[in-house]
Ligand binder design. Structure first.
Ligand code: NDP
Length: 279
């Protein structure tokens, strides 16, 4: 497919991808900002990643969002990476320029923007980040940039948390522990960055960790997740899923591509009123 009547073409690649909300979100941004573009969900199995990226320009594509399972694998197809993407070891936003891909990640700033929208301030506070996989790598630099007193990274496999903490040590006070050795202290914010929710499970952390804390599951869901429900039952101050982060990271991708920052509040309202998300 080539450019249709002056409309630039964008999309999100992943596998599976059919349930992605990104086409809806970017279409709403385009309408709001009067930008002439199309945005599609593109199913790309792992074996087809290289061919898809190599053939994108001929199809009129200018930029791509990237989701599971390609976020790490796209790096080797990029001519240039931002420092943020290099630190994260992943990219969720690719831009085509002079026939070369440029990689960035907006997950970390997207989470920070959502925390700001939710009025959650971690400055000088303790944060508990559960998980040490791809999304933990994507958000930790920006989380440390928000100025917490300390971030404790708890993971089922201690070694993975220790590797993550070493990687980001120069950016702030970040300490690793296993799920059953989380220090007893009051956390202002507890983030579930594990994929346990996908397995209909929750990370086995002591209930005291979430008491009076803002609790945030990176995975989004209409009616909360096992983690947010459990946190609510155990005295959380507030509970949230990653739907706001999804909107905010999309807005930052849109701005990278089009040079115009969409207003996210109206899109958040649309997801709430038309689709029933708590955002
Ligand atoms: P990864 O597969 O890279 O990492 C998985 C992590 O979860 C590991 O730390 C793993 O621990 C841990 N884990 C898995 N199962 C369990 C369990 N049963 N109990 C405890 N820990 C467990 O996943 P990602 O980091 O890429 O994704 C995590 C979540 O973040 C997903 O739900 C994804 O949807 C969400 N996400 C949301 C975004 C948004 O915009 N809202 C953006 C990006 C991600 P171990 O090391 O021991 O295996």
């Amino acid at each position: 497919m080539s450019e249709v009547s002056g409309q630039a073409r964008y999309g999100v690649i992943g596998h599976p991808i059919e349930h992605s909300l990104s086409p809806l979100i970017h279409t709403l941004f385009a309408q709001q900002t009067d930008e002439a573009l199309t945005y599609d969900a593109i199913d790309v199995p792992p074996a087809a990643l290289g061919d898809t990226l190599d053939g994108a320009e001929a199809k009129g594509l200018r930029g791509l969002n990237v989701t599971v399972p390609h976020k790490q694998n796209v790096l080797r197809h990029c001519k240039h990476l931002t420092e943020r993407a290099r630190m994260a070891g992943a990219a969720n936003t690719l831009s085509l320029s002079d026939g070369r891909w440029h990689g960035d990640t907006t997950d970390g700033p997207g989470l920070n923007a959502d925390l700001q929208a939710l009025d959650i301030d971690v400055r000088d506070q303790s944060v508990l980040l559960i998980g040490a996989g791809g999304s933990a790598y994507s958000v930790l630099a920006d989380l440390l940039g928000a100025g917490p007193d300390r971030v404790i990274v708890a993971n089922r496999t201690l070694g993975a948390a220790q590797t993550l903490c070493r990687h980001f040590a120069k950016l702030g006070d970040v300490v690793a522990c296993s799920l059953d050795r989380i220090p007893r202290r009051r956390f202002a914010l507890v983030i579930n960055a594990t994929s346990a929710t996908l397995q209909r499970a929750r990370p086995a952390i002591p209930p005291g960790c979430v008491r009076d804390a803002h609790c945030y599951d990176l995975m989004y869901a209409k009616d909360g997740t096992i983690f947010t429900d459990w946190s609510f039952d155990n005295g959380a101050r507030s509970v949230h899923t990653g739907i706001g982060m999804l909107v905010e990271q999309a807005a930052l991708s849109f701005e990278i591509w089009r040079g115009v920052a969409p207003v996210t509040m109206s899109v958040r309202a649309h997801l709430r009123d038309a689709l029933g998300f708590t955002v």
